[in-house]
Design a protein around this ligand. Sequence first.
Ligand code: NAD
Length: 406
Amino acid sequence: SGVKVVICGGGNGAHVAAGLAALNGADVRMMSTFSDEAERISAALAANNGLLRVTYTDAGTTKELDAKLSVVTKDPAVAGKDVDLILLVVPAFAHAGYLRALLPNITPGTVICGMPGSPGFPFEVDGILGPELSAQVTLMDWATLPWACRLLEFGRHVEVLGTKESMRGSVRLGTVPSRVDPVPCLQSLLGQRPVLNASGHILGITLGSVNQIVHLAVMYGQWYNWDGKGLPESPLFYQGINEETGSLLNSMSAEICALAKKISDTQGVDLKSVLHIYDWYMDCYGKDISDKSTLATSMRTNASYRGLRHPTVVGEDGLHRPNYGYRYMTEDVPFGLVITKGIAEIFQLPTPNIDRVLAWSQKQMGKEFVRESAGGRVCGSDIGMTRAPQRYGLTTVEQVLGVPKQ
Ligand code: NAD
């Protein structure tokens, strides 16, 4: 009965996705391969008559919903039996583990969905499935998680604080028809909102990712000429940016737009979803921004960014120093900017501003993704921990555009 869905993950988003999909009639198998998470969720559910509570606040109204999942398991054979739709709701670094675990259950016609997919999602799927199977499955890549949400009690109670109005994504249809119509199916599992808005080539979601440029440009702008002295407080992240950082971010975004244009013009694919960062801000935050004169003023006066500070570590002297181990670096470099650089390399488009920020970032992280002695190509000794196309041996235009060609 119902669409057979595997929800991969055991965090905030996975609990919400599992609860809502079950409430909307799906046969939900929640799968977590992480530590003893599946056992802990099962035990928590068992102590609660098998019900997962979702507190759902939307438009000022709060509802308490109780969902019944089919199974919570660590075992891919149990979760993946005859699966129609695999929904990955974990940080990008955890995708590969789930894809490898579920590989024996992925068949022609399976739908694989990243929510969020995060940059490099299609390369990772193609790399792990191989060209033949990869062409036969359908991919959905979404730019974000649909909700602001948090666990109140692990395995038992999750709260949705807000739901996005709409969510941008892309679908790559397989050569074998999927058993469910991907977008309407996902929409029915999530409910009325967010309104799913899928368009264009699947690479648009990778190239259009904003975190990879925003977080890194702001980190670079704040710290590239730092004198090494601790600060009494952590600087404001967005409200603290100056025109120079705004201008750098502008240029990085322009390089990505130029790349998208080159790919669309030469390959005839639709990458209209790749927006310039200024236009993206106006689209997403227009009503929250009080001074739109430049990119920097728009970011500084974005009400929803108020008070956010730089990730720092506090030393024994009580002073703040930058934390380069935070996800703004550990995610947005290997699961972000390195991938975009890898695509630019294959399309032979120079990206001097992205290169500058990447060179600095990898140095702070103590990693080598791009190799300076090889002209800054994506062939450093640490590319194995990225989702750059080069990591999967995808080095031609055809391979990067994916199978089947859209
Ligand atoms: P989360 O932090 O709750 O996810 C943690 C889960 O990831 C763990 O429960 C586990 O299942 C898995 N995991 C963690 N470490 C792992 C490891 N080493 N190996 C395997 N699995 C591991 O994440 P979330 O809040 O559900 O968010 C999911 C994604 O959506 C993230 O990329 C997040 O940045 C993004 N996001 C979250 C929110 C939100 O409100 N929670 C909002 C917007 C975007």
